[in-house]
Design a protein around this ligand. Structure first.
Ligand code: AMP
Ligand code: MG
Length: 501
């Protein structure tokens, strides 16, 4: 692996880097610089995020195209591509790694949290295999839109700091404009990062990585008698909660390979992801997910499957006695289901306006979901309109109109109101609480598609800008953007999404 020294300080410092991954042993990464591009142009700088990161916003507004295209390395950057492996659709690939991403370094943000700054699409790395290391404009815009929407929804996620076009084409099934997204993450350590070393029988590196991840993400467990088991339990809890929260907003990740699952509990890799319109638990968008492995309702089980792969890498650190260690792993993994179910049901209770809990709540939630499924009701609008029903029964008409056979909702609404009568909140309080958890705006798939087409075919970024703006305040009624609430008309429906690799 080639070695490049840290770049010397230059004028126009924009980042205060404090790099720790670059200090890990050399088997963790390959040092590599971005490949310069022809004519970079900045699509968008995420100013609130830049401020949160303590960056020089004015300088980045001037020079961002150069920096976020990789044409000019900011002072203190120590660019590298991380090594990782992963199970892709169930098949283990011992070497994946950052084939089209380069970590510039880390900054400590205004809250004292260490954040990775990574370019996605900056050219080839030693992990590129046959890939060009580049990204097309469409996937860059999708990642920007969806990751920022997830953040605004309050769901742990990587962020998008900037998007640039490179002025160079990329060659996919078609020739497309090239682009680069700058991703910000609590870290880019994945289940697959652990698998990379475990697959090589390199337990020492697994331990180095686990210590690093504990330090960075779970410092409270450092003093634990069994820190590696505690680490595994912490990751399990984070992922169980994360996936429950995806389900609450109708999100389908689309490619939950172990290399796309973080140990920080952040959503990562917005390839073929999408939010569903009509509720269907079997819904799949990804063109490469032929057997529905990563369908909406399969996500919790896949999360546990991925965590089992993480456990396998950590077992040698749990206990010297293998049988004991395996039992510990199984016990910890066995807790996943209950943790997930608790988060999921708590969130569903809040979505239907319940603050107390009763035995029958699960049935009440499930009968709504099955009515939605049968009635092909829009997931987001069902819950948003239900907020108004909590205020006044006159809203029932608009709610019921979302279902293919509107009468099917009458008995459910009746059961729901009986249950609400045992709550202590007032109708107004209830409606406000429900509106704070049931978004009016999600980045609907057809809107993303329209934004991508306008940008790709006409260099028109106005739809992208509008979508980013409207999804930045997902829980607010924004009457001027009412059209962004509605599901697609039949000719707008997007059936398939693509990784874009
Ligand atoms: P993903 O589908 O984004 O999770 O990527 C899976 C693997 O393929 C990762 O190792 C990526 O770095 C690699 N990869 C995807 N697209 C490209 C590309 N255009 N050039 C090089 N490597 C790529
Ligand atoms: Mg990936």
């Amino acid at each position: 692996m080639n070695y490049l020294p840290p770049s010397p300080a230059k004028d126009g410092d924009t980042f205060t880097f404090d790099n720790s991954y670059a200090r890990l042993p050399q088997q963790f990464f390959a040092r590599v610089e971005p490949t310069p591009v022809a004519e970079p142009w900045m699509i968008k700088l995420n100013k609130p995020l830049a401020e949160e990161l303590g960056l020089d916003v004015a300088a980045l507004e001037r020079e961002g195209a150069e920096v976020f295209s990789g044409n000019r390395l900011p002072a203190g950057a120590e660019p590298l591509a991380m090594a990782y492996a992963g199970h892709q659709f169930g098949t283990f690939v011992p070497q994946l790694g950052d084939g089209r991403a380069i970590l510039l370094g880390e900054v400590i943000d205004r809250n004292g949290t260490r954040r990775d700054i990574q370019l996605k699409g900056p050219g080839q790395t030693p992990f590129s295999r046959r890939g060009d290391g580049r990204a097309a404009l469409g996937p860059v815009l999708r990642e920007y839109i969806v990751s920022e929407a997830m953040y605004a929804l309050g769901i742990p996620t990587t962020r998008a700091l900037a998007a640039v076009v490179t002025g160079q084409p990329v060659y996919r099934e078609q020739i497309l404009p090239g682009a680069i997204v700058t991703r910000v993450a609590g870290s880019h350590i994945r289940v697959g990062t652990f698998q990379f070393y475990a697959a090589r029988g390199d337990t020492a590196s697994v331990k180095v990585l686990a210590d690093y991840a504990i330090d960075r993400h779970y410092p409270d467990i450092k003093g634990d008698a069994r820190p590696y088991l505690a680490f595994f339990k912490a990751v399990t809890a984070q992922q169980a909660e994360l996936i429950a929260r995806w389900l609450h907003v109708g999100f389908i990740h689309g490619v939950m390979n172990t290399d796309n699952m973080t140990v920080s509990g952040e959503t990562i890799d917005f390839g073929p992801c999408a939010f569903m319109d009509a509720y269907d638990p079997k819904k799949v968008f990804s063109s490469i997910d032929q057997f529905g492995r990563y369908a909406y309702a399969s996500q919790p089980a896949i999360g546990q499957w991925n965590l089992a792969r993480l456990a396998e890498t950590l077992v040698p650190l749990f206990d010297e006695d293998e049988a004991t260690a395996v039992e510990m792993a199984n016990d910890a993994l066995g807790e996943y289901g209950a943790i997930f179910q608790r988060h999921w049901l708590d969130g569903m209770r809040r979505k239907i306006g319940l603050q107390s809990s009763e035995e029958g709540d699960l049935d009440l939630v499930q009968s709504l979901l099955s009515a939605m499924h049968q009635g092909e009701a829009d997931f987001t609008l069902t819950f948003r309109r239900l907020c108004d029903c909590a205020g006044a029964p006159e809203a029932d008409v608009a709610f019921s109109a979302l279902f293919a056979s509107p009468l099917s909702t009458a008995s459910w609404l009746n059961d729901w109101r009986q249950r609400l009568s045992r709550e202590t909140t007032t109708p107004d309080e209830r409606r406000a609480a429900m509106k704070a958890v049931n978004p009016a705006y999600i980045p609907r798939n057809h809107r993303i598609e329209q934004a991508i087409v306008a940008a790709t075919e006409d260099a028109d970024f106005s739809l992208f800008e509008a979508l980013v703006d409207v999804t930045a305040k997902p829980y607010e009624d924004q009457p001027q953007f009412a059209a962004y609430q509605t599901p697609p008309v039949p000719e707008e429906v997007v059936q398939r999404t693509f990784c874009g690799t």
